[in-house]
Design a protein around this ligand. Structure first.
Ligand code: 8YV
Length: 314
């Protein structure tokens, strides 16, 4: 048997990250889910878990790995990891902050413009020969509109910077007002929604934000308002959103994330006032490579006895 460190990969990862991991470690790819015998045999030797932003690393899994030393997440969000269970065991968790800020902010603005200007709908209009029958309906102006950002962390601030270039009036809600931003603060999502044309959600997932954007927030956003979600599906009450879209309680929504990915409710797909993307906020080659490097280098640092590059809660 080789003396390579053994790691458990718990989610599908980019091929270039898998290749780097396989070059350095003995990699067990998702055996915890698909191969109980192999998992039982390897579990006592597994010293690290590699996850992604959507992966689940529950307490029960951590408990089955007595030699576990660290969890490296390929993603900024680590709501799927039971960080308390890891902390109790003295197992640090790392993620990939900063390197994906630009991509997620770019997509947020792209989705906002897409739903307001109905770009995918216009594309379908041309392809379907509808243009020959007459002009398309008018859309909603973006420049100068009021945008409310739910979550004013690093990505929220990157979205705000871009919104300013569109001369948008930026306001936000967060657990508490931030003293490093000049935007108007609202104490809760409903008050913010009431005051804006576009509500952009970029707050961490997890128990603290589950269902934060509920029927009352959507009602406050109103029939001229649009929702953009580039955070986690769990932050929005998805059935309430579907109903709001069907009933015209809000004007439209652009969504990159869903409750049960990759399953998207058929009701959403049937609606014309939505734009749907398959969780691609960080999905460019450049950014995914930077995320892979950081995921790998956190593992490398740990096993070299060096400080972790980006531990969570740091
Ligand atoms: C995913 C994400 O990690 O960073 C996050 O929190 O949700 C994404 O970047 C990515 O899709 C890889 O699975």
């Amino acid at each position: 048997m080789s003396d390579k460190v053994e790691v458990l990969v718990v989610a599908p990862l980019m091929p270039f990250l898998m290749e780097a991991l396989r070059g350095q470690y003995t990699v067990h790819d998702r055996i915890h889910a698909g191969d109980p015998a192999a998992f039982a045999a390897a579990a006592p030797r597994i010293r690290a878990i590699v996850a992604n932003g959507e992966a689940k690393v529950p307490r029960a899994l951590i408990a089955q790995l007595p030699a576990l030393e660290m969890i490296s997440v390929f993603g900024v969000g680590y709501d799927g990891v039971d960080v308390s269970a890891a902390r109790e065991r003295g197992v640090p968790v790392t993620n990939t902050p900063e390197v994906l800020n630009d991509d997620v902010a770019d997509l947020a603005i792209g989705l906002l413009i897409s739903i307001a200007r109905r770009i995918p709908q216009a594309d379908r209009f041309v392809r379907g020969g509808e243009w020959l029958k007459g002009p398309i309906a008018l859309a909603r102006k973006v420049t100068g509109a009021r945008v409310g950002i739910v979550g004013m962390g690093r990505i929220g601030q990157a979205i705000a910077h871009r919104a300013l270039a569109f001369r948008m009036e930026v306001s936000y809600t967060a657990r508490s007002p931030r003293d490093n931003v000049p935007y108007t603060y609202y104490p809760d999502a409903a008050a913010l929604a009431e005051a804006v044309d576009f509500l952009v959600v970029i707050t961490p997932g997890g128990a603290a934000t589950r269902g934060l954007i509920d029927a009352s927030v959507l009602k406050a956003l109103g029939p001229q308002g649009y929702l953009v979600n580039v955070a986690r599906g769990t932050v929005v009450d998805q059935p309430a959103l579907i109903e709001a879209l069907q009933q015209g309680v809000i004007a439209g929504a652009a969504l990159d994330v869903f409750i049960d990915e990759p399953n998207v409710p058929i009701e959403l797909s049937r609606l014309d006032n939505v734009v749907l993307t398959p969780h691609v906020g960080s999905g460019t080659r450049q950014t995914r490579e930077a995320m892979a490097d950081l995921t790998f280098n956190n593992l490398r640092a740990h096993f070299a006895g060096e400080p972790l590059l980006t531990p969570v809660d740091a």
